[in-house]
Design a protein around this ligand. Structure first.
Ligand code: PLP
Length: 375
């Protein structure tokens, strides 16, 4: 049995929608873009949505729109996909890392205030693996110090905090639609905001610095080509229309996993919902107990892969990536919780249509391999 790490859920409806666009002259900047943005903004509960060609582009445009530049600092965590810290570096601003919480791997909000300096411009919380950050506490700190907040919700579509959609709390929120995310457009991203100023700036920056309504070859400012084609948008519209079904399937798969893995005493299962916090499952990440070494974890991953079960380290600590170490001189012990968690976690295969039979196979192999490695 060979099981992939992720697998997009594409139906005949998506194929039809994409094919329909291909029969029109509007392959990009056509009606599907506007439709996708309007529907997305409505779903999240934000005034504006701006579609772009990746989550990374979306993060970059938030940084630009908030006028974050050289010498400025933005507080975030080193336990994330690298784009959430790289977006500051694109503008020569500095990501200032705050360590994570052991229970849900999100930014430890009790450590944010001590990281604030005169140069701090914003906080960028990442809702890691789809688990909501403590947004009330983060927004309170931001208000006190007059900081902007950018939510990296790339892994958290549909997650809720106190009844509200993640991505709708801050100055702007960012989503991503790479094929391993909950919903996909092939490649793609979205910025959501209630600020007309941020939205206008993002519309302009994604489209070569043109202001809306301007002629095609008129450019107000330095911009980019971060546009999302109508082909991608058509795919996104159908995926968004299925989002309830998609999230339900993912929760069901996660629950099946947890039901089966609950009896393995060497592992800790993913953080689950607590009062007023409802997660969305991006990946299914287990954590080995503390008596395992990173080398043992790596060996479990290799053995799982050799048995046909795709899996991965989610995530290696960003401050240990070679160019971060070279730029900022990070060393072991700088962010101890991140370092511990990133040495013990394993992302297992996770997608909408993962079958009970496959989960049973993974359970059996995982148990057997952990036993071997523990010896
Ligand atoms: C996926 C992801 C992104 C953006 O990814 P793209 O591949 O550029 O779409 C950003 N931050 C996090 C936390 C992510 O998981």
């Amino acid at each position: 049995m060979k099981i992939p790490l992720s697998n997009p859920d594409i139906t005949a409806k998506e194929i039809k929608a994409v094919t329909e666009v291909l029969k029109t002259p509007n392959l990009s900047f056509g009606p599907k873009l506007d439709e996708f943005e309007k529907k997305f903004a409505k779903y999240i509960g934000a005034k504006y949505a701006v579609a772009v060609n990746s989550g990374t582009s979306a993060l970059h445009l938030c940084i630009k729109s908030l006028d974050i530049k050289e010498g400025d600092e933005v507080i975030t965590t080193p336990f994330s996909f690298i784009a959430s810290a790289n977006c500051m570096l694109f503008e020569r601003a500095r990501p200032v890392f705050v360590d994570i919480r052991e229970d849900n791997f999100n930014i430890d909000e009790s450590k944010i205030e001590q990281a604030i300096t005169k140069r701090t411009k914003a906080i960028l919380p990442v809702h890691i693996f789809g688990y909501p950050c403590e947004m009330d506490k983060i927004m309170k700190i931001a208000k006190k110090y007059k900081l902007a907040v950018i939510e990296d919700a790339c892994e958290a579509i549909g997650a809720k905090y106190k009844g509200k959609n993640i991505g709708s709390f801050a100055d702007c929120g960012v989503f991503a639609f790479y094929p391993n995310k909950q919903m996909t457009t092939g490649e793609g991203g979205m910025i959501v905001t209630n600020s007309s100023k941020i939205a206008e700036m993002c519309y302009s920056l994604r489209n070569q610095g043109r202001d809306q309504g301007m002629e095609w070859l008129a450019h107000t400012r330095l911009g980019y080509n971060y546009r999302l084609s109508d082909i991608n948008c058509a795919l996104g519209i159908v995926q968004l229309s299925r989002i309830k079904e998609i999230l339900k399937k993912r929760t069901r798969v996660a629950e099946m996993y947890s039901g089966k893995l609950r009896n393995i005493e060497d592992i800790i299962l993913p953080a689950h919902n607590i009062c007023e916090i409802e997660r969305s499952y991006f990946v299914y990440v287990i954590q080995l107990k503390e008596y395992f070494s990173q080398r043992q974890r790596d060996s479990i991953i290799t053995k799982l892969k050799n048995s046909g079960i795709a899996c991965n380290k989610y995530f290696p600590a960003i401050h240990f990536q070679p160019f971060y170490k070279a730029m900022f001189g990070y060393k072991k012990g700088d962010f101890p919780v991140t370092e511990k968690i990133s040495g013990l976690t394993i992302a297992l295969p996770f997608f909408n249509n993962l079958a009970v039979k496959q989960i049973s196979f993974i359970e059996k192999k995982l148990k057997q391999i952990i036993r071997e490695v523990k010896k």
